[in-house]
Design a protein around this ligand. Structure first.
Ligand code: HEM
Length: 220
């Protein structure tokens, strides 16, 4: 199942980057010139997908993914090139400084009930993004002048993959022998880069149209 998922995600990303077919129909709103045909465009390059302003919930899911399970939980160690001070603590030149991104993402001042996956935490009641909630991208990609240069590409990819997968697939917990959904227990790996361990889930096309779209793109 994990292999299928990976293949589907890779296919979705590759297709989204090279054609806009997989995302057709995500937004038909005429307010964005790029979507007049009913197909999402990536604005001709790396950047936020054109449909993003119309899909705040997808953006909220992407933010919650970055927060809930940090990909690089302790960032990458940096070294202080000169002596510094932080909240009264002297940091001698040459010190290794490790930013605890995991702890930031669990700070209840910004993220109440942090262990719960809850994209709504980034939204206002109106459904728009709440600009007052700390954006996890501020920490997920590291800090300072060595901050991840791929962050904009990564965020655009996350949005595109999540939108494409949700547009075409129903993903649900597997059923036990009594036909009831199994409670998922998502375990993540330890290490500099952290990722989910394989887990069972059911992935099905949302409709016959969705299945045709998936097959057309998978064989391209
Ligand atoms: C969700 C996806 C990603 C996450 C969470 C992530 C996170 C990070 C983090 C935490 C660092 C260390 C920054 C620091 O030293 O403070 C980093 C560095 C880096 N990332 Fe990413 N990254 C992601 C995707 C990408 C992508 C898509 C690319 C390239 C296309 C990329 C290229 C790099 C490179 C080259 C560095 C080293 C930068 C340097 O040391 O000067 N990353 N990333």
């Amino acid at each position: 199942m994990a292999l299928i998922t990976q293949h589907v995600l890779e296919t979705a990303l590759a297709d989204a980057l090279h054609s806009s077919d997989l995302l057709c129909g995500l937004s038909l709103q005429p307010s964005h010139p790029e979507t007049r045909t009913g197909c999402t465009r990536l604005n001709g390059g790396i950047g936020p997908p054109a449909d993003q302003p119309d899909l705040p919930y997808i953006t909220a899911i992407a933010k919650e993914c970055l927060r809930w399970r940090s990909v690089v939980p302790l960032a990458v160690p940096h070294i202080a090139t000169q002596e510094d001070e932080y909240k009264g603590y002297r940091i001698p030149a040459g010190s290794v400084v490790i930013a605890n991104t995991w702890a930031y993402s669990r700070d209840t001042r910004y993220y109440p009930d942090p262990e719960t996956f809850q994209p709504e935490r980034f939204l206002l009641e109106s459904g728009e993004l709440n600009p007052d909630v700390l954006d996890p991208a501020e920490m997920a990609f590291g800090y300072g002048r060595r901050i991840c240069p791929g962050r904009h590409f990564a965020e655009a990819s996350l949005f595109t993959i999540i939108a494409s997968v949700l547009h075409t697939f129903d993903i649900s917990a597997p059923l036990n022998k009594d036909g009831n959904p199994v409670k998922l227990d998502v375990k993540i790996t330890n290490g500099v880069v952290s990722y989910p361990e394989p887990f069972a889930c059911t992935i099905q096309p949302r409709s016959a149209t969705a299945e045709a779209l998936i097959r057309a793109n998978a064989s391209a």
